[in-house]
Ligand binder design. Sequence first.
Ligand SMILES: [Mn+2]
Length: 449
Amino acid sequence: MVGRAASETGRVTERDADTTNTGRGMTSFRFIHTADVHIDSPLIGLTRHEGPAAERIRSATREAFDNLIGQAIDEQVAFIVIAGDLYDGDWRDFHTGLFVSLQMGRLAKAGIQAFVLHGNHDAESQITKRLTLPDNVSVFSARKPDSFVLDELKVALHGQSFRQRDVTDNLVPGYPDPVSGMYNIGVLHTALGGMAGHENYAPCSLDDLKAKGYDYWALGHVHNGHVLHENPHVVFPGNLQGRHIRETGPKGAHLVAVEDGEITDFTTLHCDVVRWSRLSVPVDDCGGPAEVSDRIRQSIEQAVSAEADGRLLACRIELTGTSNIHGELLASAENLMAEAQAAALGIGDDAAWIERLIVSTQPRRAPSVSADHQDALGDLRNMLADAGKDEGLLQQLASDIGELSRRLPTDLRTGVEDAALKAAIDGDYAYVIDHVQDYLSARLTAPGQ
Ligand SMILES: [Mn+2]
């Protein structure tokens, strides 16, 4: 079966010397490459939501992994590779580890090996609780680059787990030379040269990877799937299950078929049980909120049939366009959100769930307001305009908001899309005050106010 190259089956270099130069053997096998499973990742912002859809989202990372294991068994793959961040962080209790033991046990029963590498989220220093995993699971060492050899399949896997969260060295030069006569798979958790929205851990270049002489680089860390190169293959599978609105679209793992050292089939297995989607709903020609609600409902229904493929579709709705009722929309955002939720529930069978509704329309013309209103609004505008130049106030905001935003996790800080929030985090308080002015004006001039 599998041998850790340095112990049970002799050092890689010795094996290398033993191998007569016959090239790769005539073997064929299939394996699954996955990464960034983030099991039991806490879903930020979900606490205020209830109901079956929210429950579904809470358990989604587990269900997606359960799907993956099921597909590995159905496809009778030889092994699976998990290229980092199987766990999201330290386990709250042993349930997370027990769930993984259960899934690995399913693989063991089907005669499937699993090769696990730890990334920044599940680095040695991050995980304090441990469980002994079944024998079919091999974990790459965090001390030094490690190799595992599958003799019958003529496969060698090389990798190094993260010892601590912030690995800033290029790990690739330390990885061993390819074992000749074998199919060499490099397993690495890396941000490569620094991909947008990802901490630049274990940086390396595509050229470093290509030059190593391996056949396949099973990468992890970047949550958007990319095939960066073919022959040798350099692949980020993306995460297995989207966890929030910045992780939209289908998510899954790759099924790779290799015959005589060549990839003959490379497919994507969609394992996600919840799919995230941004729905941009143009409302330019809507004369009132009822029409807007209709438009929202149509948009949800279309997206469910076009994108969800039977899964729960978690939607962020953004109302766009130039509108005669811009102020009214801003003022009734809560109501529109409830209408959107009602429309989602109306489709039935947990087909859709609304994460948020954002009013991003622009006013078509200046709102007409009474003279009294105009005076009061004028005062407010002047006050706010002065506020933007008030050093004392700006300093107060810098201290209060600055303190809050420094406490936010990096991925939240870098992922903010709301313009006012982003300005607040970036320390542009004059913009924040300006934005408050637009919002207050719209609220105060909306009908019924
Ligand atoms: Mn990572």
